[in-house]
Structures are given as structure tokens and as C-alpha cells.
Write a protein that binds this ligand. Structure first.
Ligand SMILES: Cc1cc2nc3c(=O)[nH]c(=O)nc-3n(C[C@H](O)[C@H](O)[C@H](O)COP(=O)(O)OP(=O)(O)OC[C@H]3O[C@@H](n4cnc5c(N)ncnc54)[C@H](O)[C@@H]3O)c2cc1C
Length: 292
């Protein structure tokens, strides 16, 4: 199938893009890498009257380190994140996650801004930016808004972005030197969307978690950050881990689809959390704990 007819405008600046979006409202769509938008149009799931192509806006492209944050332009492609020494040093969780996003051809065009605005609940990057406590920077006719990543995602393919707004950047706070991370997902094949995945950022101090932000994806209508107080600030015993796994099981209400039942997703989430804790604390004994 081919996309229905649409008009096309190549934005000459961020202000010009916002002006075009304001004029056309819900009838327009931003075009970044096109790796989610164009398939949706070709399948006739979406039929915007106007595409506002922001691909030429170099001001949205860079990855820089300034004032204690890593600032990632919305047009940074997946491959740019993979190859960036700044990402490798300060946000290795993103680098590890991107290896699981689709395939090289898609990673060569898909962008972080497009991935976050698209808000697929099985997507890796929304979970990562929540785990990293990032801020999403948005510009619209009323100026700039800065939104905590955990407040940005609303539901399936839905964010707090209005039709007139552009996601312009993602800001990731520079982590402390003892920060560490974990990423793992279960998918039918490497590069497929996850059945269940976990992205976590942590601070480990003398064998204990000073911080742990585990964020699960593929388990609901958006990525879910789960608070696990039983694991913080004390030695993690098998009992404490069991308690955390129970908290996790109660926090999730995963959907059933052709790939997995809700019960299987809940079970896999517990397996991932146990493996995450075992790896980050270098405690292989905890990974072998049979999830309850
Ligand atoms: C075969 C295949 C497999 C894939 N597998 C995965 C996978 O495993 N994991 C995964 O996460 N993704 C996967 N993807 C999606 C891919 O990662 C996309 O690149 C990404 O989701 C969207 O980025 P994009 O730049 O291409 O956005 P586009 O397709 O251009 O846009 C996506 C949506 O976001 C909006 N948008 C884009 N940029 C902005 C902006 N700056 N401000 C406001 N709105 C904006 C668009 O209007 C559109 O609604 C897959 C895609 C394909 C085709």
C-alpha cells in the first residue's frame, strides 16, 4: 500500500517548523527520520495532510556536554548515539540499548526525538530516558517547556506534546562516578521490539544500592518505573529481593498479545529484575534465586 496524498514542507528553522505546525494543527505531522511515520502512513494508519520535514535543521543535531548535563539534539540519529564518545562515557545505557533498536538501516535514519515522540510502549529509548532521569525539552508557539521524562509519556503512541510543539532536545544529567547501568530485553529476534525489557540506572556504594531506577518496557501502555525501597541502602538479602520482586509483580499489569500472556510478561520482568540486581552488585547468587 502507498500513503495517501499529502503536502510537504521543508522547515527552514525551528521557528518556521513551529509556525507551520501552528497553522495546520492536528492535520500536520513532523517528519524526522521517517522510520515510524512513513510505515504508519503507508499502512494508512495515519493520513496527515502536511509533513513538516525538520531533517535540515542542524541546530537540532548535536550531542554536547554543558553545565552538568549531556544535551542531545532531537535529530541525533540512533547511529550518532552509538558512535558518540560523550554517550559512551556519560550515558552508556543509551549506547547499549540502541544496539537492540531495529537494524542498522533503521538506526542510520531514526532519531532520538522521533523515537520519544512516537512513544511506542515496547520501545527501548523511552525507558532509558526515564531511567536516566532525563529532561525532555520542547518548543512551541508559547515558548519552551522542560518536562521530566517520567511525565512525558501518556499512553500508547501518546505524549504530552501538543500538535504545535516540537521536541528539540533531551538533557541527561551527568551521572556520579560510581553510577552503573543495566539493560536487557527479551525479543523473538534481535532487533525486534521487546516482549519485555528493563533499562536501569543505579549508584552502587560499598556493595549497596544508593540509587536504583529500574524502568520496564513492553509491560503496559507506556514504560513503567518501579520503586524498590527494599533494595536500597542495605545489604540485598534473598528475602529483600523476594520482597522487591513481589512489589514489582503488584506494580505491573502487563497486556496479553500474540507474543506473550500477561502472566508471562510479569514472570519475565521478575527474572530481569533479579538478573539486574545480581549483575550490578556482582552477586551471582541473587540471579539464581527462583522468582516467586
Ligand atoms: C522494521 C522496523 C523495526 C523497528 N524496530 C524498533 C525497535 O526495536 N525499537 C524501537 O524503539 N524502534 C524501532 N523502530 C522504530 C525506529 O526506531 C524509529 O526510527 C523511531 O521510532 C522513530 O524515529 P524517526 O526519527 O524515524 O521518527 P519519524 O518516523 O519521523 O516520526 C515518528 C513520530 O514522531 C513524531 N516526531 C518525530 N520527530 C519529532 C520531533 N522532533 N518533535 C515532535 N514530534 C516528532 C512524528 O510526527 C511521528 O508521529 C523500528 C522501525 C522499523 C521500520
Amino acid at each position: 500500500m502507498k500513503a495517501p496524498a499529502f503536502a510537504y514542507a521543508r522547515a527552514s528553522s525551528v521557528d518556521n517548523a513551529i509556525e507551520l505546525l501552528s497553522q495546520h494543527g492536528e492535520r500536520a505531522k513532523v517528519l524526522s527520520g521517517g522510520q515510524s511515520l512513513m510505515p504508519a502512513m503507508n499502512l494508512r494508519l495515519l493520513a496527515p495532510e502536511l509533513l513538516v520535514d525538520i531533517g535540515a535543521l542542524d541546530e537540532l543535531r548535536g550531542i554536547t556536554r554543558q553545565n552538568g548535563v549531556l544535551s542531545i539534539g532531537a535529530l541525533a540519529r540512533h547511529v550518532d548515539l552509538q558512535n558518540s564518545p560523550l554517550i559512551t562515557t556519560h550515558a552508556p545505557l543509551l549506547k547499549e540499548a540502541i544496539a537492540h533498536v531495529a537494524h542498522p538501516a533503521i538506526r542510520n535514519r531514526g532519531t532520538i526525538g522521533g523515537s520519544l515522540a512516537h512513544a511506542d510502549p515496547a520501545s527501548e529509548l523511552p525507558a532509558c530516558v526515564i531511567a536516566l532521569d532525563a529532561t525532555i525539552v520542547v518548543r512551541g508557539p508559547a515558548g519552551e517547556r522542560r518536562i521530566a521524562a517520567e511525565d512525558f509519556f501518556v499512553g500508547i503512541y501518546e505524549t504530552v506534546l501538543s500538535a504545535e510543539e516540537l521536541l528539540v532536545a533531551v538533557e541527561v544529567p551527568l551521572p556520579p562516578s560510581n553510577a552503573t547501568h543495566y539493560f536487557c530485553e527479551f525479543a523473538r529476534r534481535h532487533g525486534d521490539y521487546a516482549i519485555v525489557g528493563l533499562a536501569a540506572q543505579a549508584v552502587v556504594d560499598h556493595g549497596k544500592f544508593a540509587e536504583l531506577r529500574p524502568v520496564f518496557f513492553g509491560v503496559g501502555d507506556k514504560a513503567v518505573q518501579v520503586k524498590v525501597p527494599a533494595l536500597l541502602g542495605a545489604d540485598v538479602t534473598p528475602k529483600a529481593l523476594s520482597e522487591a520482586l513481589q512489589t514489582l509483580a503488584e506494580a505491573l499489569d502487563p497486556p496479553e498479545d500474540q507474543q506473550a500472556s500477561g502472566a508471562m510478561r510479569r514472570h519475565l520482568s521478575k527474572v530481569l529484575l533479579a538478573r539486574c540486581v545480581a549483575k550490578l552488585l556482582s552477586r551471582p547468587d541473587l540471579a539464581t534465586l527462583e522468582p516467586a
